[in-house]
Design a protein around this ligand. Structure first.
Ligand SMILES: [Zn+2]
Length: 361
């Protein structure tokens, strides 16, 4: 990814200054944090969302945190105002629907009415179900599925993740708001700049609960309880969800390879970002996941920095002792940096949205 920082002066706003510290893992404290730091901007955006909406295309490398940021926006502004469309999830769920006769019929009816493209609806369904290795799911088919998803919800601001996904889909995105009857809405490309080293460590340390599929990280995002496996000589997390009765969280196959397993995708994502930055006539927002260590003291608070955890076993008591320190990474330029937790990145997003939408003037 090229260096676009100069075009985004808002990235350089000092956010430090509040002496109070907040536990950003706690929803109630998080609410107070957002109020204290950007209460005014939140009020302006809430007022805007009462009678208006916008479309955000989230672009960032795979595992950049698009879903997490969208969830926080929903938490702040409400699910009635912010909608999330993850094209990956949507395609998977359409696949599921094909197993249910009633829902399948409804889906096929919708496609027959709304789809137009170079292959037939039946061929599109074959591609959706992966029955045809020759056919990739064409963009026209995916667009029809997104349109269906949006038709099925009340009007709200949309955060779309996974579209555009390929270079040839960028042109479609320029006219997408017409297709979904959001003609007068501002559309905004939000690009997440995140070093590959962060994605790599996130992938390699990711664990999920086998029962409820909640994702966590042994190194970066803990649950309340950590256990120790005597046989394997390794530490593990226990799921917090009471229904899971302390299920042991496990790694996903392939994750141990880290970013090398998604190298092609990452390169394509990078080309996509550069292409979007070359577009004219659209709003663009840049979000940065990291801050150089040399700048951190002036710009962010300590509790906004992602911590790194390590473990020791007390030989006598068999208790696990957890140590926490700021996680230091190398950004793509090789500079030492901290990775920011999601809430401060969302603060940058909201500030830039207020500016792009020209609120508070
Ligand atoms: Zn669970």
């Amino acid at each position: 990814m090229k260096n676009y920082e100069k075009e985004f002066p808002l990235l350089k706003i000092k956010m430090r200054g509040l002496s109070k510290s907040f536990n950003l893992a706690d929803p109630i404290e998080r609410k107070k944090y957002f109020q204290a730091k950007i209460g005014q901007e939140i009020t302006l955006l809430k007022k805007y969302l009462k009678n208006n909406s916008f479309i955000v295309y989230f672009l960032g490398k795979k595992n950049a945190g698009k879903g997490t940021y969208t969830k926080l926006m929903m938490e702040i502004f409400g699910q009635d105002k912010i909608g999330h469309i993850s094209v990956g999830d949507m395609v998977r769920s359409a696949h599921q629907e094909m197993n249910d006769q009633k829902r399948k019929k409804e889906l096929v009816n919708y496609l027959n009415k709304n789809y137009r493209g170079y292959i037939s609806v039946d061929e599109g369904i074959d591609a959706l179900l992966g029955r045809s290795t020759k056919l990739l799911l064409p963009t026209e088919f995916i667009l029809t599925l997104i349109k269906r998803e949006i038709d099925g919800m009340d009007r709200k601001s949309l955060f779309i993740d996974g579209f555009p996904r390929d270079l040839d889909q960028v042109s479609y995105s320029l006219f997408f708001r017409d297709l979904i009857n959001y003609r007068t809405d501002p559309d905004i490309f939000v690009v997440i700049d995140i070093p590959e080293s962060v994605i790599d460590v996130r992938m390699k340390n990711r664990v999920v609960c086998p029962k409820c599929h909640t994702p966590r990280s042994l190194k970066l995002l803990l649950t309340k309880e950590v256990g120790y496996d005597e046989d394997k000589k390794e530490f593990y997390l226990l799921c917090d969800n009471p229904q899971c009765q302390g299920a042991r969280m496990i790694g996903k196959e392939g994750d141990e390879l880290g970013i090398e397993s998604i190298r092609k995708r990452l390169e394509l994502d990078e080309q996509l970002i550069d292409k979007v930055f070359s577009l004219h006539g659209l709003h663009k927002i840049l979000l940065k996941n990291t801050i150089p260590i040399t700048m951190a003291k002036d710009y962010v608070n300590d509790y906004e920095i992602t911590p790194e955890y390590s473990y020791q076993l007390d030989a006598k008591t068999k208790q696990v002792k957890i140590t926490e320190k700021p996680w230091v990474i190398k950004d793509d330029k090789g500079k030492k940096a901290y990775s920011l937790l999601a809430p401060p990145v969302v603060i940058s997003l909201i500030k830039q949205l207020v500016k792009v939408l020209n609120l508070g003037k």
